[in-house]
Structure formats: C-alpha cells, structure tokens
Design a protein around this ligand. Structure first.
Ligand SMILES: [Cu+2]
Length: 220
C-alpha cells in the first residue's frame, strides 16, 4: 500500500540512528581514550549512531576490545553516569526498539579488569531468545528490562572500584552479522566482602559524586 510505503520510508529516516536505544540508565559514550585504544573510525561510528553495532566501527586498532562495551572506556565517562548499586539489587533498563530485528540477547555483570572482553560474574542476569522482535511491538519485559544483580557471594571482592564492572546488554542479529554491546557503569556502594557500607572509601572516591549517589539511590 502506497501510504504504508511512505510511512515506512519516513520511519526509516526517523530511526536510522538506532536499533535499540537505552533511555536509562546512561550507557557508556565515546571519548578521547576510545580514539587512542580503538581508532578514529570507532569514535566516528559511535558518534554517528550511539545505538549501532561494532561491525560499523572497523578498522580497529590492535588495542581495541570491541566486544566489551564497543571498546568504550571508563576513563571517558562522566562521573555522574556511574550507577551506585548493591549486590542482589534489582535494576531496570528502559529501552526503545527503534529498528527491531530480533535475535538472542542477554544481560550480565562483567568484570572489565580481566583481559580481553572481560569476565561475566555469575550467570546471565537475563536472556532473550528474540530481542526487539520483528514485527513489533517489543514485549514489556524488553522495553522495561528488569533484572537482579548477582549476590555479594557471587561478586566477592570484584567491582569495588568504579570502572571495574559494567552491566552489559549484548544483542546479536539472527545471522550474527551485527553485534550490539550496551554498557552501564556500576559501582557497588557497599563493601561486598563484609556486607558493610564502605562509607569512608566512597567519600574518598572521586567517582561517587552526589549525582552518582542520587542515581543509585533511586534504584534501591
Ligand atoms: Cu539493528
């Protein structure tokens, strides 16, 4: 139908900068250290489409880890974007499936301090067989994606410092030609080894601004 066709074209133009957009919490963004690690092509691709896939970012520098947060680094992130969380806490991502095309997806807490693409802590916090399915609309448990962070026992002494751990949503298209990595920086506001609030450490850490704390507090 002609009208549908025009509408589709309009929709395509409107949503060309998006596949799945994370409305909240804030995800990692590109910066100067990404350019150094991954190269200008990665920076430009992510700037062009913050919701895009890593195959758009080539060529990569050798130091780049595109399968961890698209190569984006903690050092480029504004402090206020760090989510202060606690083990076992429930979190929610608000997501728009701007270009739905389905495929498997999962959410995990990732220790970024290990080599390569990092190490998943515990098991997947959420999995989907068909994420942002086509045709839409996406189910509510995808657009208001809720999950529970691993327990203190699972996390242990990891994730104590801002930048050590991220919550990552990974999504692959059915033919695996496009891979998406959306990262939220998390910092655990309590000492996971003792269960006691590490107030002194938090006060001293530059990453726990009032804004970061407010964000975290909203989630308790
Ligand atoms: Cu897409």
């Amino acid at each position: 139908m002609r009208l549908n066709r025009w509408f589709s074209l309009l929709l395509l133009a409107w949503t060309v900068l998006g596949h799945a957009r994370i409305n909240s919490p804030p995800i990692r963004s590109p910066g100067g250290d990404l350019v150094t690690a991954c190269g200008q092509a990665s920076f430009n691709a992510i700037e062009r489409d913050p919701t895009g896939f890593i195959e758009e970012q080539v060529p990569f520098n050798a130091a780049c880890e595109p399968t961890l947060c698209r190569g984006m680094l903690f050092s480029d992130q504004p402090t206020e974007n760090i989510q202060v969380v606690t083990p076992g806490q429930s979190m929610e991502m608000s997501i728009d499936c701007t270009i739905p095309h389905g495929g498997p997806a999962n959410v995990s807490l990732v220790d970024t301090t290990t080599d390569g693409a990092g190490t998943i802590i515990g098991s997947f916090l959420k999995t989907f067989d068909d994420f942002c399915p086509k045709p839409g609309p996406a189910p509510l448990d995808q657009t208001s994606l809720q999950f529970t962070l691993p327990s203190a026992a699972e996390i242990g002494t990891r994730c104590e410092n801002p930048g050590d751990c991220v919550v990552q949503l990974f999504w692959a298209t059915p033919d695996l030609a496009q891979n998406y990595y959306y990262c939220v920086d998390v910092s655990f506001g309590a000492d996971t080894s003792t269960g006691l609030p590490a107030t002194g450490r938090l006060e001293a850490a530059p990453a726990t601004s009032g804004a970061a704390r407010r964000f975290g507090f909203l989630w308790f």
